[in-house]
Design a protein around this ligand. Structure first.
Ligand SMILES: Nc1ncnc2c1ncn2[C@@H]1O[C@H](COP(=O)(O)OP(=O)(O)OP(=O)(O)O)[C@@H](O)[C@H]1O
Ligand SMILES: [Mg+2]
Length: 358
């Protein structure tokens, strides 16, 4: 799979951009604040409908403009044309010139994995970051997962709204509880099945970039221990105090253990960084295994932060992308780009919202 064309209008510091990309390794070079990361953000946005910087769409509209347009052509098993437009009053998303009605139909068109500084939140941050990671991985591999998750979250929000009202409507609460349990159990089993498949890949990736230093183990830490319906009913007393739904997969977490010790509590900065990267490498390998071709890799800055040894842990992934006509986009400044990775690469100069072949 590769992105053959990218078109931006009023996106971040790009007024207009039209650029063709071949498969292979693309290095985006430029000084700070020129728009390197913005390119990766746009590609990731098409793939996931979110920014990896964790910001809303309004922030991505070029200052002074009304809305942004991001579009692209993806060549893989089939050809896909993606168009998205976002403004405060209008949102449009189309695939092959048809408006997208079900997200499940859309999500397979473009698959990416991003490596960025925000990844550290996977290890250091709250459980929400790790749930997002799991959910994205499941959305990228299981066509029904996203709609399941959306319906579940709708039921949680409706139930929370009821819990916030003083005069609780018990019958309505019960019906949302039943809905949550039905959908939630499916989410829990999807997550439970994923971990044992994903975990060995993450363990190998961690070994590769940490030189066998410690053993990584990932464990699912579900909010529901046994029976969702029973535990939800048992939490009713506490719910009255907190006025929110306290049990369910919206409170799940993943435990990341290095030599059986919590990485977030006991890991060093370097270990945490290696672990975050290992999780992303495993995501890429997992997707490649399931879909038969690797996702597009978007590598933002992280190379500059890694020492030579850990950087070389990336080589197998880059090599696999090369062999299968995949695609890699990597940003760097002229001083810190990892020259040892740079066999047959295509260099681009990024300058104040323009892109030109170097
Ligand atoms: N909504 C926006 N409208 C216009 N310009 C924006 C907007 N958001 C960000 N920018 C501009 O985009 C530039 C930053 O782009 P980006 O983050 O891609 O830089 P970069 O080349 O990756 O830099 P670094 O090497 O520091 O990471 C800045 O000049 C910033 O002012
Ligand atoms: Mg950047």
């Amino acid at each position: 799979m590769h992105l053959s064309h990218l078109r931006l209008r009023d996106f971040r510091n790009y007024a207009r951009l039209d650029v063709d990309f071949t498969p292979g390794f693309h290095l985006l070079l430029g000084d700070n604040a020129q728009g390197k990361t913005n390119i990766l953000e746009a590609i990731y946005l098409m793939a996931t409908l979110r920014s990896f910087r964790g910001v809303g769409s309004a922030q991505m509209i070029r200052h002074g403009a009304k809305g942004y347009f991001v579009g692209g052509n993806v060549l893989g098993r089939g050809d896909h044309e993606i168009k998205m437009f976002w403004s405060a009053s209008e949102r449009k998303l189309s695939l092959n010139n048809q408006p997208v009605k079900k997200l499940a139909d859309y999500f397979g068109a473009l698959r990416t994995v991003v490596f960025c500084t925000e990844d550290l939140q996977l290890v250091k941050g709250a459980a929400r970051s790790r749930r997002r990671f799991l959910d994205l991985l499941l959305a990228q591999t299981n066509p029904v997962y996203l709609s399941l998750l959306q319906r579940y979250m709708r039921a949680v929000r409706a139930r929370n709204a009821l819990l916030k009202q003083r005069s609780g409507d018990e019958a309505a609460l019960d019906s949302f509880s039943a809905e949550m349990v039905k959908l939630g159990n499916e989410i829990i089993s999807a997550r439970r099945e994923l971990i044992p498949k994903f975990s060995p890949l993450a363990r190998l990736a961690y070994r590769r970039i940490s030189n066998d230093a410690e053993e990584l183990r990932i464990e699912y830490a579900p909010s529901v221990k046994n029976d969702f319906a029973v535990e939800l009913a048992q939490s009713r007393g506490r719910e009255r105090t907190y006025r929110s739904t306290l049990v369910g997969p919206h409170r799940d977490d993943l435990q990341l253990l290095l030599n059986e010790k919590s990485a977030s509590q006991f890991g060093s900065e370097g270990q945490k960084r290696s672990l975050a990267i290992a999780l992303k490498m495993a995501q890429a390998e997992f997707l490649a295994g399931i879909h038969g071709s690797p996702p597009i890799l978007l590598i933002d800055d992280v190379m500059g932060e890694l020492d030579l040894k850990r950087r070389s842990g990336f080589l197998p992934l880059l090599e696999a992308a090369r062999k299968t006509s995949g695609q890699v986009f990597m940003t760097a400044t002229e001083e810190n780009w990892p020259r040892e990775l740079g066999k047959d690469l295509q260099k681009w100069n990024v300058q104040s919202g323009t892109l030109a072949r170097a």
